[in-house]
Design a protein around this ligand. Structure first.
Ligand code: AMP
Ligand code: MN
Ligand code: MN
Ligand code: MN
Length: 274
């Protein structure tokens, strides 16, 4: 059976492996089709494509776009995008610009809380192209502000905490429209991870579908098995495609490449559109 993993990160966002090392690890873990979906940028795709070329692995060009929806953030994956598309790139450039300003603001707020040098400290963990909260989290753990990444997020980097800066990301409509302009399929990432009610999730799916989105992740890393059934039912009800992805960021963590349960029979896999 073909092994699909349609959600992963490299050093082009907040993953810890280079695109080349990611491809090598995916092959080790018997992934046949991998999507590289870095946050708000596609800088890793060329190197990943190149690395996959001489292998049996099929690389899907992707991106994970941060969206402000309701009073929180949701993530929309674009799969099978043309990374060269001008409209998509224009949108992503604006997102990267926002990230630069946000990083400065996070550092300023941490400084006020008595933690100096956070910007330089976080940069050590990041590539040139993107600075995210996970890089700050690594710096804070290194300096013993908390025992691990999840606790450091809880203590410093989420709403109400000293280093929190609200994301002003793009809209659901814009994200989906950039993806569609780039010839891709828009998919809601890890729908069970948003702290929203079932009613609000249905509203999200409805608006997403109206905007031109075509699927969501039914199987995702770090997800309770019960969720799969629930999400499969929702996919059927809304007539949306089902996707599956580990959301791999780093080795030896909660989500390994390719270690995903199968999509339930009732689902129509997103790859039938590839
Ligand atoms: P950002 O897009 O820069 O706001 O950062 C979001 C990223 O931080 C996510 O994609 C995860 O990689 C990471 N992240 C967020 N919350 C947590 C958490 N509680 N534990 C570990 N990583 C997290
Ligand atoms: Mn991430
Ligand atoms: Mn995400
Ligand atoms: Mn992700």
């Amino acid at each position: 059976m073909t092994c699909y993993d349609l959600h992963s990160h490299s050093t082009a966002s907040d993953g810890s492996l280079s695109p080349e090392a990611l491809i090598a690890r995916a092959i080790e873990h018997n992934v046949d089709v991998l999507a590289l979906t870095d946050h708000d940028g596609t800088e890793g795709i060329a190197a990943a494509k190149q690395a996959a070329q001489a292998t049996d692995l099929t690389l899907i060009s992707g991106v994970e776009i941060s969206v402000t929806w309701g009073n929180g953030t949701v993530h929309i994956l674009g799969l099978n995008i043309d990374p060269e598309n001008a409209e998509l790139q224009q949108g992503l450039t604006a997102m990267r610009d926002f990230r630069v300003g946000r990083a400065h603001e996070i550092a300023k707020r941490l400084d006020k809380a008595g933690i100096s040098g956070a910007l330089e400290g976080a940069r050590k963990y990041a590539s040139e192209v993107m600075l995210g909260r996970l890089h700050f989290a690594k710096f804070l753990v290194e300096h013993n502000y908390a025992k691990d990444i999840p606790s450091v997020f809880k203590r410093y980097l989420v709403r109400g905490k000293p280093g929190y800066v609200p994301g002003q990301w793009t809209t659901l409509h814009e994200a989906v429209s950039w993806i569609n302009s780039a010839g891709g399929q828009a998919v809601i990432a890890h729908p069970a991870r948003y702290k929203i009610t079932a009613t609000k999730l249905r509203r999200l799916i409805t608006e997403f579908k109206e905007a031109g989105g075509v699927g969501f992740e039914v199987v995702s890393g770090r997800q309770h098995p019960e969720e799969v059934k629930n999400l499969a039912r929702l996919a059927e009800k809304f007539e949306l495609y089902a996707s599956c992805g580990s959301d791999f960021h780093t080795p030896d963590s909660w989500a390994e490449l390719g270690m995903l349960s199968a999509l339930p029979e009732s689902c129509t896999p997103i790859w039938t559109t590839f």
